[in-house]
Design a protein around this ligand. Sequence first.
Ligand code: FAD
Ligand code: SIN
Length: 577
Amino acid sequence: MDDVILPRRYLVGFDTAQLPELFTEVLVIGSGVAGLSAALSAAEVAGPLPTRASSASSGAHPAKILIVSKDKLGENNTMRAQGGIAVVLSPGDSFRCHIKDTLEAGQGLCDQKVVKEVIRNGPVRIKELIGLGANFDRAVNSVPHGTGHGPPPPEDGPLALYRSGTGLDLTKEGGHSRPRVIHGRGDSTGMVVEETLLEAVEGNTNIDTMDHCFAIDLLVVEGACRGALLWHKQKGRFIVWAGETILATGGCGQLYRETTNSVVATGDGTAMAYRAGATLQDMEFVQFHPTTLYIAGATRALITEAMRGEGAILRNKWGERFMPRYHPMAELAPRDVVSQSILHEMQLTEHTHVYLDVTHLPREFLGSRFPHICSTCKSFHIDISKELIPVRPSAHYMMGGIKVDARTRTGIPHLYACGETASTGMHGANRLGSNSLLEGLVYGHKAGREASLSSKRRHGKVRPYPLEVSMEAKRLRRLDLEDIRDSLKSLMWRCAGVERDEKHLKEATDTLAQWWEYVMDKEFHTPEGWELQNMILLAGLVIRATQDRKESRGAHYRKDYPQRDDRHWKRHITFRG
Ligand code: FAD
Ligand code: SIN
């Protein structure tokens, strides 16, 4: 297993003197909520440039910030987000209450300072997003919530602007004791966020973007990050030399056969940072979303938790409502509890899935509040106002990732991380629903600001470095990369999924070790190979951390160690690259 933890430093051989090069003050890798927020705040600190038209005619210097993305700019997990953004905006809510809920869900492993900072900065970032044109749904479009709002807690902070209420519709999700989740276009919140930020980026003369541009590795020279080695389908390999580099490459849900994640979520940034010497933490904490559509042949479309926030009921094969048997918050218990309860019911009833029931909610309400889910289900001939929705858990979110400090720094000078690829300490052992877009906005903004300030402090221009990496040419046997990728995803689902135990983890370790032997020694020339190498590395780290943590906590459930054990395990597991 040690081999799995000690990968080759670079995936490919190269000589910087032979490659085309670009220069930028701040390189942002990733164009989801975190990357776009980082670029916008970096641009704000960098100060204004001439308009695009005047800079083109005068031949003025190019933008100072460059965003690269391996697919289309809008292909990512952000775009898929449904439920919304958790933020304290109503008089019936308070920062204290949101902080308490977040810490409770995180089961002893959240960093309290980070939680407080993210939650307290939420309203400012949302106000900014609304200022950029984001249209969140207003209460008038919704029906009153059936869930008890409870007595208002003492107020300790929503922005004065919002004190009297914003008029935005607020819903509940699992583990939230107050309705505080704002949403857009019903169940297409991510689209609203991504489109708004992309439009702002496109109109910003300080920011350039390059899509379909795959980051292979970070360049670390003289102890600091100097940019990255990239690949473009038409242009081939090239170097971006950067004063500061921000990783915002998202999660790694693609490690699992059943996942809600976009195809881009292969954990490249996390793997790249580890190879470059950064520290990863909490890799055992993979969150499984309780309710994804389970229809053979269909992709695992998410059925948002907000549906349960609006009153949806979980039923087993026999039609019984089962969640009240497992937790006092029933369907709105934290995600780990709901996922594990569903699995238990599936075993009890010997069935492949359970059902979500919304047939008691008005048809018109379902159509306006959940238009995306209605149409997805309709395409499989399910009318959700009359029929039950077949659901089961899927891999959804990586709580672990690149360890960063309170200033988003990774430990490698001039390298920052934000969004799902980072482990800030916000989520601990289990993320509260809708806290991820919030963290992406707040910490993305922070990363951009930190990077841009550091760039301003640097004297002199960004410069190139001589770096030659030679690769011992291994004969490239014919490998069916897709087959190995599919097998990896099945292995992870079977052995490191919702339930884990030593026997299955050992099986995963042994199988991965075999694949490692004949995949990791190769030099590939396209993203399929690099992604597979990144996935094998991360799978190894997830399994190692899962094996090490001999207790159950949050999203990490060990059948052979079912109890939480604070005496030995109220701590993080870290790996240094
Ligand atoms: P992403 O949005 O995933 O962006 C990653 C970017 O990195 C992409 O642009 C990708 O192209 C780029 N990239 C990756 N590797 C490379 C590489 N090698 N080279 C170049 N570029 C690269 N959270 C909430 O708070 N509320 C919700 O309602 C919600 N709903 C969700 C629904 C679904 C179906 C899913 C999957 C997640 C949901 N989440 C939700 C979680 C949340 O959407 C994500 O955690 C968040 O959007 C991650 O943002 P990000 O910017 O870190 O990464
Ligand atoms: C959902 O809408 O259920 C997903 C919310 C999240 O992952 O935060």
